[in-house]
Design a binder for this molecule. Sequence first.
Ligand SMILES: Cc1cc2nc3c(=O)[nH]c(=O)nc-3n(C[C@H](O)[C@H](O)[C@H](O)COP(=O)(O)OP(=O)(O)OC[C@H]3O[C@@H](n4cnc5c(N)ncnc54)[C@H](O)[C@@H]3O)c2cc1C
Length: 382
Amino acid sequence: MGIAHLIVDAALFPRDKICGDGLDLKVIRVLRHLDPLIVEQEIPKNQHFTPCWGTRFFTQNGRATDFVHVPPAGAPLPHPLFWTARRVHFDAFLVQKLDPRFADIRLGTRVEKIVRDGAVWRVFARKQELEIEINTPLIIGADGEHSVLLRHLGERPINRRHYAGTLRQYWRDVAGLSPHNLIEVYFPPGLPMSYFYIFPLSNGEANVGYGMVSEVASKGKFNLRDIFKRLVTEDPVMAPRFESATPLEQVQGWGLPLASRRRKAGGDGYLLVGDAASLVCPTSGEGIGTGMISGFIAAKFAQKALINKRFDDEQFKNYSREIHRRLNDEIRLYNLMMQVSPRLYDLGLNLLAPNPLFQWSFRRRVGGWLRTAYETPIEVNI
Ligand SMILES: Cc1cc2nc3c(=O)[nH]c(=O)nc-3n(C[C@H](O)[C@H](O)[C@H](O)COP(=O)(O)OP(=O)(O)OC[C@H]3O[C@@H](n4cnc5c(N)ncnc54)[C@H](O)[C@@H]3O)c2cc1C
């Protein structure tokens, strides 16, 4: 939008980020908005990106059901349902898209403190020994799960009902991956509100992970690291896949702030995006696309504030509504499951996934999802 801004990130890129590395159609939608050539040419030609043509669900009885969407032969632009790319590559790919004509980019610079001074923010940051002070009427807090801005707002405490603990480990040579690079999700028996996943990557590697809603983990005294170990070594469905596979790192852990929390994400002189706004989809665990869409929406609100030359609460009062609007169905479903019984999720999927009617309705809906991602502009009601 041509808005001059200063962007501060503690990291130098490329850098790792603990994640499943699954890029859904929301990501594609935002990237297409920036430039259609990114998704039509750059990503398909980039060796770090893997096209995934659907999902494989393992229900609790160990039965696999594939939801495959393969493009018709000769289709001019085959659109996979997901891409995967290690975040170390994907995030660096995004950073090199920053346009220095508008973005004053400060990498390797950690924000340490934020102070409100009248209508201005004073942001204190450090780049190695160098101390920097930035003054601004508007901050967009995009600093993830441990956001400094959230801490300043007093919003950081975790609500376990709306939070998930997750683990990731990269592996090589996991057996039985689908030739369509299906994203695999397994709902292990006796472990409610959790799933184990295998996401195929380039070079015969896979991102393997496990996550569980923190309230369920704490009430059931589930230890996620023990469960993960058991799944890859003893579980009758998953362990055989890992017998000849090699782990490429220690198991890594990170938290997921779920959108069901409905955090107030905009106020006097600030907007929150992505994990800082608690925007991870509570039923799928995806937060990259929802984060990127919130960035897009935040830019629209920033533009409005700049035109009005006002950065007060009133300017951003519809922001939270707009970022949650696209997640309302998932939030409702999640809250219902948590209220009635966390086991409802597993039972529902057990019944639904193998059901031919459900599979038929999935195939019908794929066309609509692809059209939204590839053809429908992102509308923001500011
Ligand atoms: C195990 C796991 C699997 C997941 N799998 C998926 C998946 O497959 N698909 C999906 O869509 N989502 C997935 N997610 C969720 C996804 O990773 C997050 O929702 C997403 O990364 C949020 O993006 P973000 O930009 O808000 O935060 P982040 O990606 O965490 O980025 C925050 C940035 O802020 C910077 N920063 C932090 N503090 C400071 C500071 N003080 N000063 C300056 N800079 C700072 C960091 O360096 C970082 O670059 C997964 C998460 C986990 C943990």
